[in-house]
Design a protein around this ligand. Structure first.
Ligand code: BG6
Length: 472
């Protein structure tokens, strides 16, 4: 692996920061996504968060309180030898309603201190500008990304952070898992969908606004500092045909394209032919600006970042079981094992996905999420022996290294998801843990918030120290 390979870990403000009422932060989408049976309909934008029963629990509001504990957490990351740390800014901490003309200084100072703390240990910050996050006021006033107004608000936010951190942050990611807008539009992009509306029309229009905003942010970033590296981000995982039946193969290609669509625009600079035909067939007409095509064409990303948890599988014969637990529809793949939450485990799928993406785009890739959500037990001595996590990560790192060393994929780094336990995005649980660091908090919000090193902590430290050469 290259000597400067960015080993690290990843989190997002919406799932770890908390401090929702501290430092003048405005309300954000995550603050109104509850735990429990209403979570999925709210995340999908089909249930209005304003109609939730009183007493609902919102786990993202306090999360693991990294807002007040980041120094302790960063010291632990440094102890593992992190070379980078991916995290996100909370937009409403900097612009509480998204529309102020001046940013909130206290919010900016919080991130400045956090970044200084990282730099003190030589840890490279990798900032996601928008990770399932938008000021709630923009949702209420403009319907979030439905409206072109939101592009202007986003760019004002980008301009402030690019200027403030011009000499401190090099890697920027515009939107986390941009394709998630199709699956969880409220969580991904603050989009509520009315019963009478054409949901596809709403989602593709909002996606267009995000794509244009991402390209304009990329232009702005390069104007402010030509050395900035700006990336897009895809919830990746190649789709396998269940069989060699041509219909299965064709369906897998189509499903891959539903995800590639976003990256095709962000990395190649235009709507691909298949997407234009799709919109036409569905009778979707997007409102666009006269300059949009030019903006998209001239401002493609510098790198492509991705999350990889599993591959997907499709069959068209109407038979078979579906894989549970995943927002992406997927047939159950009989050759794979499954996690406690029903997510497939497929390390070779990571090598396949990396190759697919690199063949298609020929731009540097960055794995900014990967990991196993599992229940951890603290034993009588206070230890957490998470061998299952080590096994998962070891196999995935091996596959990643094969993609680099055997196949020639250009890979910038690897930041496993939830390097410290945090709130699960899909379920809102704490018990779905990914971390090397255990956080004492349960699904009901109870616990001391104390941090404990798991067995995987020492293991990952060795992996980084050996630059991936030692995996055992
Ligand atoms: C990705 C997201 O989809 O997967 C993260 O970018 C999320 O925000 C992660 O937490 C894992 O999903 P979950 O539902 O297990 O938290």
């Amino acid at each position: 692996m290259r000597k400067d390979f960015l080993w690290g870990g990843a989190t997002a403000a919406s799932q770890c920061e908390g401090g929702w009422q501290s430092g003048g932060r405005g309300m954000a989408v995550v603050d109104v996504i509850p735990q429990g049976e209403n979570r999925l309909p709210v995340m999908k934008g089909v249930m209005d968060y304003r109609n939730l029963p009183a007493g609902s629990y919102y786990p993202g509001r306090d999360a693991i309180d990294m807002y007040h504990r980041y120094r302790e957490d960063i010291a632990l990351f440094a102890e593992m030898g992190f070379r980078c740390y991916r995290f996100s800014f909370s937009w409403s901490r900097i612009f509480p309603t998204g529309e102020e003309t001046e940013p909130d200084e206290e919010g900016l100072r919080f991130y400045e201190d956090l970044i200084e703390e990282l730099l003190k240990y030589g840890i490279e910050p990798v900032v996601t500008i928008c990770h399932f996050d938008i000021p709630l006021a923009l949702v209420e006033k403009y319907g979030s990304w439905r409206s072109r107004e939101t592009i202007g608000c986003f760019l004002r936010y980008c301009e402030v952070i690019f200027r403030r951190f011009k000499d401190k942050v090099r890697y920027w990611i515009t939107f986390n898992e941009i394709n998630m807008i199709m699956h969880l539009p409220f969580m991904g992009a603050g989009i509520l969908i009315g019963q009478e509306e054409n949901s596809l029309q709403v989602r593709y229009q909002a996606a267009h606004h995000e794509l244009v905003a991402s390209a304009m942010a990329t232009r702005l970033a390069h104007e402010i500092n030509p050395g900035f590296q700006v990336g897009c981000m895809l919830a990746a995982g190649s789709v396998y045909p269940y069989s060699c039946r041509p219909e299965d193969v064709w369906e897998s290609l189509k499903q891959d394209r539903e995800n590639y669509f976003f990256i095709d625009v962000q990395a190649r600079g235009e709507y691909p032919a298949y997407a234009k035909k799709f919109l036409e067939r569905e009778g979707l007409v997007l409102e666009t600006g006269v300059e949009d095509e030019k903006i998209l064409r001239e401002n493609t990303v510098d790198f492509i970042s991705l999350s990889y948890y599993n591959s997907r599988c499709v069959r068209t014969d109407g038979g078979g079981e579906m894989a549970g637990g995943n927002v992406f529809e997927s047939a159950k793949n009989p050759y794979l094992t499954y996690s406690q939450w029903g997510w497939p485990i497929d390390p070779l799928g990571l090598r396949i996905t990396l190759n697919d993406l690199y063949d298609r785009y020929q731009k540097p890739l960055f794995i900014v999420e990967n990991g196993l959500g599992a229940v951890d037990q603290v034993d009588g001595d206070g230890n957490i022996n998470d061998d299952y996590r080590i096994e998962y990560l070891e196999a995935h790192i091996k596959a990643m290294m094969d993609a680099v060393e055997e196949d020639g994929v250009d890979l910038l780094g690897y930041t496993p998801w939830g390097c410290i336990d945090l709130v699960s995005a899909t379920t809102g649980e704490m018990s779905k843990r990914y971390g090397f660091i255990y956080v004492d908090k349960d699904d009901k919000g109870q616990g001391t918030l104390g941090r404990t090193r798991k067995k995987s902590f020492e293991w990952y430290k060795k992996v980084i120290a050996g630059n991936g050469a030692v995996l055992k």
